[in-house]
Ligand binder design. Structure first.
Ligand code: HEM
Length: 449
């Protein structure tokens, strides 16, 4: 049973939680899933723990709805200063009108019509990667997903097609991601130690500068020959304000690209790995999906996979079960009532995706991987929200499911792979995301076609 936020008379204290913060800080950085479950069992919903600051967690759709639908001056993006250090002048560091303006200019490049043009390239990116596999090879499914997703997002953003250009950008993204997932970097960022003299931060700043330089050069190339480029970056370079001046400064474009590259490939790669593992590890799901895919010819119409009801349900269930972002956070900008508590300014609030997705009052037998639940029932945007919600909902929320469907269909229809281990590894934090504790492994047994 769920509640309405208005069912409560406000209390002046924060929700209950542990007295000491070290345990929750470490748990949050390492094993957020266990921490969230323990805290909910012990303190109920909402509960309050200290992560980088006091944070009120709720998984109740009433609380989630309030977080996602309140006016934007109520809840701000989190750790704006830390975010700016990482993502510079990207639109994610803004709120209100400027955030909306930049998002509106980015969004057309990620809408369904633009993406339909990309489906063939997605199939090719997967095939290109599969050509490197040899018989008997042990595949790390997330690593494979990473290589494919990176190739796709680079093509989508820059429309570079030459191997050298793609590889150069892949290298820059990998170096940057590596720094981001460095635990010391995360810890020092959380502590607010944003200074080049802090070793983990100094290395990060250097890698970031190199990445930015590469993107600034790409922008100059586009400007020198705009007719020869499409893709999201070219669209931004050519965008104008009402008075005819450029819609974005160069540095804003570079930082927005860094943000899209980082936000848009690891999430997809993890989900791809889980999708393959889940489908191959659940024979009845595999059989149903393969029979639905039987009539799809990926050469002729790769977009056909987008409208398959069971494929849709499979991807939804994958993103429910292994949601890469387990918690969506906001900063309270002015005192607010949430779930019966008065939350002071400066506190953080969290819509706890993972706890909602495993709430047995919403999902029957939540620990069963059961795509059919999405055929039987529609869930609200506050019961199912792997892409967050409200004004800051993921801009890739159309791109990512489309990409996952094309990639899963391509792999399943093209090659024979067998899981090394049918057991699902536990989830731990990898950087900002949740990933498997041990690699998702499968063996390649050759092509089907
Ligand atoms: C399975 C794949 C993905 C998942 C699960 C995912 C999840 C999320 C979540 C939970 C958020 C936070 C939303 C909020 O604060 O309410 C987010 C934000 C964002 N995502 Fe994704 N994402 C995925 C793929 C992508 C892709 C492919 C792109 C780019 C093409 C992308 C770009 C972004 C950006 C730029 C933001 C920040 C939006 C803003 O602050 O306005 N994501 N994503």
């Amino acid at each position: 049973m769920t509640t309405n936020a208005t069912d409560f008379a406000p209390r002046m204290t924060l929700p209950p939680g542990p007295r000491f913060s070290l345990f929750s800080k470490i748990g949050y950085l390492r094993d957020p899933i266990s921490l969230f479950s323990q805290m909910k069992d012990k303190y109920g919903d909402p509960f309050c723990i200290t992560t980088s600051a006091k944070t009120v967690f709720t998984a109740d759709p009433a609380g989630v709805k309030q977080i996602f639908t309140s006016p934007t001056d109520c809840f701000l993006p989190l750790q704006v200063e830390a975010q700016k250090q990482v993502l510079g002048k990207a639109f994610t560091g803004h709120s209100g009108a400027e955030h909306r303006r930049q998002r509106a200019l980015l969004a057309p490049g990620l809408r369904t019509d633009a993406l339909h043009r990309l489906a063939g390239q997605m199939v090719n990116a997967a095939r290109l990667r599969m050509e490197t596999w040899h018989l008997g090879q042990s595949l790390d499914l997330v690593e494979e997903g990473m290589a494919i997703a990176l190739e796709i997002i680079i093509r989508a953003l820059f429309s570079v097609h030459d191997r050298d250009g793609i590889e150069k950008r892949k290298k820059a993204v990998r170096a940057f991601s590596e720094q981001l997932s460095n635990k010391l970097f995360l810890f020092t960022s959380m502590m607010g130690l944003l200074h080049p003299a802090v070793p983990s931060q100094g290395k990060f700043i250097h890698v970031r500068q190199q990445f930015q330089d590469l993107l600034l050069q790409t922008i100059a190339d586009i400007r020198a020959d705009p007719g020869n480029h499409d893709g999201l970056l070219a669209h931004m370079v050519l965008a104008k304000r009402d008075d005819g001046s450029p819609a974005f400064a160069d540095i804003e474009m570079a930082d927005n690209m860094i943000t899209m590259l980082i936000a848009g490939h690891e999430t997809s790669a993890l989900s791809f790995g889980w999708a393959v593992q889940a489908v191959l590890g659940t024979p009845e799901v595999y059989d149903k999906l393969m029979s639905e895919l039987a009539d799809v010819d990926l050469e002729v119409n790769p977009n056909a996979v987008h409208n398959l009801p069971y494929m849709n349900a499979v991807i939804k269930e994958v993103l429910r079960f292994w949601t890469p972002v387990p918690d969506v956070l906001r900063l309270v900008a002015k005192p607010v009532e949430l779930m019966g508590y008065s939350i002071p300014e400066g506190t953080q609030v969290c819509a706890c995706v993972w706890l909602t997705h495993f709430d047995p009052n919403i999902y029957e037998n939540p620990w069963d991987f059961n795509p059919g639940r999405f055929l039987d029932r529609r869930y609200t945007a506050f019961e199912y929200y792997p892409f967050g919600g409200g004004e800051r909902v993921c801009v890739g929320n159309t791109f990512a499911p489309m990409e996952l469907k094309v990639l899963l269909a391509t792999v399943l229809k093209t090659c024979r792979i067998e899981l090394k281990d049918n057991k699902f590894p536990t989830l731990l934090r990898t950087g900002f995301l949740l990933g498997p504790k041990t690699p998702l492994r499968a063996t390649y047994h050759g092509r089907l076609l």
